[in-house]
Design a protein around this ligand. Structure first.
Ligand code: GAL
Length: 392
């Protein structure tokens, strides 16, 4: 009996070694740049290398952005051994060369594949080649894999992504696994032991309605996020030109409140100073990167006007006021009351004593001088105000 139990334990342990994700990765939401939102299928090594250069020269790297990810369309075929083949015209030096270049800039390198037989752009997918591809990625020096969900016919999502997780683990190079099945199978319920982030919705586009619609869908997902396992409301559109500056500020702030992965998706090489200021606002990024890893919860929802709260490490807290409407709103804000809201909604969080904290406006970059704890504030259409309660 004892012997049996012992062998069972051994099997369990061995099973575990195989079935594991790399645990020490993405302790805070991954930050980087991805080619898809701006460039779609027009990817090449010169584009990606210049983006790595711009990541450094623009101050994005300094602000915390580190992954440079090539999305769909880098791959064209499989060779006679089943090895994935990169487009030789667009990537004449091969992918490892690109990875080395990105690493030489002190950045990390990400790549895209798909759990189905073909990617969304009909390039070869990973199905049936997971272990082979994982070994190839490890050899190339890949640090991040985005795994899509097109052309999966009757595949089971959990098993498919588990298979890729195990393949990556067997290849022995720590690689962040970004699950991109658009929330179709409620990945928040099962993906935490499998991937480091999972998309919760379909694709974002560069419009207020798309962005705010996706944001609304995150409301009930806060409890599923935490260090090493994040809800992913999709990549950023900041700087792609079709929203107003105010809307981009809102987009960026809300993503940081959600502890969302921050994958910029604009052309970093020629961004305006305004866009750069948004993407590199370190005080707002600090909310996203807070080590407690809590996603904000909605404290008050008056339809067009909402208050969101994010519990932070060290008993600090962020509060975001959101005006979704097309009208200017004047709201009465009671900081005493806000300090007492629990930052994790019905899952707890600390009540603070206002007198122990200073309240900082993270876009104005200054502390509020509060003569009284209740003030009137104006929120222009589609805007936010975000405050951090900082211990005195
Ligand atoms: C979609 C995915 C996008 C992008 C695109 C590439 O399924 O959600 O983010 O990767 O495929 O074809």
């Amino acid at each position: 009996m004892k012997k049996l139990l012992f062998s069972y334990l051994l099997i369990c342990i061995a099973g575990n070694v195989q079935g594991q994700k790399f645990d020490q990765l993405a302790k805070t939401p991954p930050m980087g740049w991805n080619s898809w939102n701006k460039f779609g299928c027009n990817v090449s090594d010169s584009l990606i290398m210049s983006m790595a250069d711009a990541m450094v020269s623009s101050g994005m790297k300094e602000a915390g952005f580190e992954y440079i990810v090539i999305d769909d369309c880098w791959q064209v075929a499989r060779d006679e051994n089943g090895e994935i083949v990169a487009d030789k015209v667009c990537f004449p030096n091969g992918i490892k060369y690109l990875a080395d270049y990105i690493h030489s800039k002190g950045l990390k390198f990400g790549i895209y594949s798909c759990a189905g037989s073909l990617t969304c752009e009909k390039r070869p997918g990973a199905l049936g080649h997971e272990y082979q591809d994982a070994r190839t990625y490890a050899r190339w020096g890949v640090d991040y894999l985005k795994e899509d969900w097109c052309n999966t016919t009757t595949q089971d999502a959990k098993s498919s992504y588990t298979n890729m997780r195990d393949a990556l683990f067997a290849a022995k190079r720590p690689i962040v696994l970004s699950i991109c099945e658009w929330g179709s199978n409620k990945p928040w319920e099962w993906a935490s032991p499998i991937g480091h982030l999972w998309r919760t919705t379909g694709d974002i586009n560069d419009s207020w309605n798309s962005m705010i619609g996706i944001f609304e869908k995150q409301k009930d997902l806060a409890r599923y996020a935490g260090p090493g396992h994040w809800n992913d409301p999709d990549m950023l559109e900041v700087g792609n030109g079709k929203m107003t500056l105010e809307e981009y500020k809102t987009h960026f702030t809300l993503w940081c409140m959600l502890a969302a992965p921050l994958m910029s998706g604009n052309d970093l090489r020629n961004m305006s100073n305004d866009y750069r200021m948004i993407l590199t606002n370190k005080e707002v990024i600090a909310l996203d990167q807070d080590t407690l890893g809590r996603q904000a919860t909605c404290y008050r929802d008056n339809g067009d006007y909402q208050i969101w709260v994010k519990q932070l490490a060290g008993n600090e807290k962020a509060v975001c006021l959101l005006n979704k409407s097309d009208e200017k709103k004047t709201v009465q804000v009671d900081f005493n009351l806000l300090s007492q809201i629990r930052g994790m909604g019905r899952f707890g969080g600390q009540q603070l004593k206002l007198e122990d904290y200073r309240v900082r406006d993270l876009w104005e970059h200054k502390d509020l001088t509060m003569k009284e704890s209740t003030v009137y504030m104006e929120l222009i259409p589609h805007s936010v105000k975000v405050f951090r309660f900082i211990k005195k």
